[in-house]
Design a protein around this ligand. Sequence first.
Ligand code: MN3
Length: 205
Amino acid sequence: MIYQFPELPYAYDALEPYIDRMTMEIHHTKHHKAYFDKFLAAVKDTGFDGKPLEEIIRNAGKAPAAVRNNGGGFYNHSLFWEVLSPTGGGNPAGKLADSLRKHFGTFDEFKARFSDAAINRFGSGWAWLSVKSDGSLCVCSSPNQDNPMMDISECNGIPILALDVWEHAYYLRYQNRRPEYVSAFWNIVNWQKVNENYEKVLLTL
Ligand code: MN3
């Protein structure tokens, strides 16, 4: 089958204490799996069935709402799991480190901007670091399960780093304290993977 539900690249408890085991397990096996299953059901018998997920995401504005929402949920979580790691945190390396400095001045300034986007997203949504078509980097947030790759997005780009700020992503451990969850996130960012994502996108521009 063209659409695959991804396994986590680490154990459910691997991101403790920053993200707890129960949150990870429910998030992956219930929330993410439900988006995947509902996407499969929604895409069936549309002209999008069998098309690569990225292509569907790029054309989300032309797809039925259930395809946009559940396809977004499928895609966004698949990226999110990959940019986290129990051995993450620290500073970015490679080309990305230089580009972050170039676009944001300092790594701390980038973190502050990304954290603001995550904390100030009203209601449910995501924060993103994306690469625009001219190769520049940009930080933004999006509502619901939208993402910057969607044609309807206000911040167009290819996402290379994602943070889920739906309450289901943090409520068990952090309750209403979203800023604490966002701050904890920096300890588990897999910068090696984010740099890989970045270099991969640059090759396609
Ligand atoms: Mn989620």
